[in-house]
Design a protein around this ligand. Structure first.
Ligand code: 6PG
Length: 471
């Protein structure tokens, strides 16, 4: 088909962009793709086969192929490249056209772009997309935000191309402005935290119990059939099976222990601090990626700063079972932190998020999909205004039943010198949240002592200052 009626355009034909184009076309939509890199356009054309796909390396030609009013999606790296593409598009578009940013853009950039484009009568959707290469190709989770009528124009494409769970689409209109990119950012914060606690379980099993890669794979694949069933546990089981080219060696043991990051986890922690929502497991995950990057300092310190020898007592099987239980505990507290953050952000930024919808669209397609999300959906279905998942009747029982296990695992980790900041932060979050009293009265007294910052009393209303005995 060589016409000017393609229903949607895609700018950026890297693996994600190309796979989304193929996914949209598989669901009966005609798609035009653009990339400056001729090789990528050629690859798209080769993969297109009989699908209704057009590829171009000329932006103007690409734009003229689109049905009016136009819908142009872009999948380019977050930051300056998004602005560069928008600036090139503006002279080629007309009022009423729609731009969709499918990258991991910072939500404040999305707000700025929305406003600038609205001044030109161009609609803008900030669309979080999760699921990696295979999600893009066969059904991701889509997290759209912006004007509802703009979303409605592309909802048939997103709905049919999204992942499905129990016949339900893993896409829902989330709210105005940057709601979609915000929810995607928190998704990634949760992703960081889950990856961190899983890596801590690996550390306990590898350095603590000295399991082989075959055994590790077996443990994670067994866990994936139980309470921990999730995409991240599933791929972890696969990872331990992957052999390296050198016979008898495993790829995992050849991978440098320095975790990279593109920033979305850090943004989650940063904004959580701004809106004053505690997300300690996400913070710990970001810090651990940072510590991992201090590779040469860690190597040097490992020759000076000695810890205890590893000694795990009480048997392998009970220890493995307790780690499983601890991971499940941590998983619930991580989702609790992320959802509590979304609740506050929704009020702060006027997103009007429906947390049940968010949990629903995370059940399939995305990186943090996990069977526990069914229970999380049920919790918000019962109580849309639930302040924290930890107090949901079902989930609270789930964690209360496992607190002994996580306490025991953390104790063993500490005694063996194995760092478990993610598990510890998860338990501390639980212990702090369930404390009717915290030692913050001392912090208030100290602030008043050294800075006359005043304090409040628990037996009288008002603001007080005391002349402490310091002068
Ligand atoms: C997803 C992923 C995806 C990307 C991460 C990686 O949901 O599909 O989150 O967006 O793989 O952003 O992030 P880091 O490079 O920061 O680990």
């Amino acid at each position: 088909m060589e016409n000017n009626d393609y229903e949607i355009g895609m700018i950026g034909l890297g693996v994600m962009g190309r796979n989304l184009v193929l996914n949209f076309a598989d669901h009966g939509f005609s798609v035009a793709g653009f990339d400056m890199d001729r090789a990528k356009v050629i690859q798209l054309k080769e993969e297109a086969e009989k699908r209704t796909i057009y590829g171009s390396i000329v932006l103007q030609d690409f734009i003229t192929r689109l049905r009016k009013p136009r819908a142009v999606m872009m999948l380019v790296p977050a930051g300056a490249p998004v602005d560069a593409v928008i600036n090139e598009l503006i002279p080629l578009l007309a009022p009423g056209d729609l731009i969709i940013d499918g990258g991991n853009s910072h939500f404040t950039d999305t707000n700025k772009r929305l406003k600038e484009l609205a001044d030109r009568n161009i609609h803008f959707i900030g669309l979080g997309i999760s699921g990696g290469e295979s999600g893009a190709r066969f059904g991701p989770s889509f997290m759209p935000g912006g004007a509802k009528d703009a979303y409605d124009r592309i909802s048939p494409i997103l709905e049919t191309s999204s992942a499905k769970v129990n016949g339900e689409n893993c896409v829902a209109y989330l709210g105005p402005g940057s709601a979609g990119h915000y929810v995607k950012m928190v998704h990634n914060g949760i992703e960081y935290a889950l990856m961190q606690v899983i890596s801590e379980s690996y550390d306990l099993l590898k350095r603590g119990l000295e399991l082989t890669n075959y055994q590790l794979s077996e443990v994670y694949s067994t866990w994936n059939k139980g309470l921990l069933q999730s995409f991240l546990i599933e791929i972890t089981a696969d990872i331990f099976q992957k052999q390296d080219d050198e016979p008898g060696s495993f790829l995992i043991d050849k991978i440098l222990d320095e975790a990279k990051q593109k920033g979305t986890g850090k943004w989650t922690s940063q904004d959580a601090m701004d809106i004053q929502v505690p997300v300690p497991t996400i913070d710990a995950a970001v810090s651990m990626r940072d510590i991992s990057a201090y590779k040469s300092e860690r190597d040097f310190a490992s020759g000076i700063l000695f810890g205890p020898d590893y000694k795990i007592e009480g048997g392998t099987e009970p220890f493995i079972r307790q780690i499983e239980s601890s991971l499940y505990f941590a998983m619930i507290t991580i989702f609790a932190q992320g959802m509590a953050m979304l609740k506050t952000a929704s009020a702060e930024y006027k997103y009007d998020l429906k947390l049940e919808e968010v949990a629903k669209i995370w059940r399939g397609g995305c990186i943090i999909r996990a069977s526990v999300l069914e229970n999380i959906c049920a919790a918000f279905e019962k109580s849309a205004g639930l302040s924290n998942l930890l107090i949901d009747p079902y989930l609270s029982k789930e964690i209360l039943n496992r607190q002994d296990d996580i306490r025991s695992i953390i104790k063993t980790a500490v005694e063996n010198g194995i760092p478990v900041p993610g598990l510890s932060a998860s338990l501390a979050y639980f212990d702090s949240y369930r404390s009717g009293w915290l030692p913050a009265n001392l912090v208030q007294a100290q602030r008043d002592y050294f800075g006359a910052h005043t304090y409040e009393r628990n037996d009288e209303k008002g603001t007080f200052h005391t002349q402490w005995n310091h002068i």
